[in-house]
Design a protein around this ligand. Structure first.
Ligand SMILES: Nc1ncnc2c1ncn2[C@@H]1O[C@H](COP(=O)(O)OP(=O)(O)O)[C@@H](O)[C@H]1O
Ligand SMILES: [Mg+2]
Length: 163
């Protein structure tokens, strides 16, 4: 085993999305800041808006849609229509264990794509020590509080949601 120095730099932005259109707009805004090799981990309960966010991200990246809840497949690849990175959209909901995420071979596509894992909290972190964590909370008035945290050196010099 070689020794390594781990540098974890985290920066967080908290955003309110009043409507699903706002959530999509946040996805588009973040699309402008991601680059190939980025991993986004989405958390929040059922109906929080994880897929809605991913739809905006897909629009912003200019990938082939539609982006839908990956209910019957665990991961779907949306190729770029504009010569950019593909969007890999995965759903870890039915994965039984962190080991199962290895079976998806997401890391093969990770370097060239933008990878989003819904329900990825606790299972997808091992894919990359650098990641954008997006935690969505649903409020009683149906607005959502979105906490966006850049983790690792890849995000050290990038604000996660700046205009
Ligand atoms: N502020 C909001 N942000 C996101 N979605 C919202 C908001 N208000 C209402 N919604 C609705 O909530 C649902 C979120 O569903 P979805 O994105 O599939 O959630 P998840 O993927 O987290 O289960 C959609 O029907 C969407 O229209
Ligand atoms: Mg979903």
């Amino acid at each position: 085993m070689t020794e390594s120095t781990e540098t974890t730099v985290a920066n967080t932005a908290v955003v309110t999305a009043a409507t699903d259109a706002d959530m999509r707009a946040l996805g588009r805004r973040i699309a402008a800041r991601v680059r190939p090799g980025d991993l986004l981990i989405l958390s929040g309960p059922l109906g929080a808006g994880k897929t809605t966010f991913t739809q905006g991200l897909g629009e912003g990246l200019g990938v082939r849609g539609p982006v839908t809840s990956p209910t019957f497949v665990i991961a779907r690849v949306h190729p770029s229509l504009v010569g950019g990175p593909a969007l890999v959209h995965a759903d870890a909901y039915r994965l039984g264990s962190p080991e199962e995420i290895d079976d998806l071979d997401l890391d093969a596509a990770l370097a060239d794509s933008v990878t989003v894992v819904e329900w990825g909290e606790g299972v997808a972190e091992e894919l990359s020590e650098d990641r954008l964590e997006i935690a969505i909370d649903r409020r009683p008035d149906d607005s959502r509080t979105v906490r966006v945290t850049g983790v690792g050196a890849r995000w050290a010099d990038r604000l996660p949601t700046a205009e």
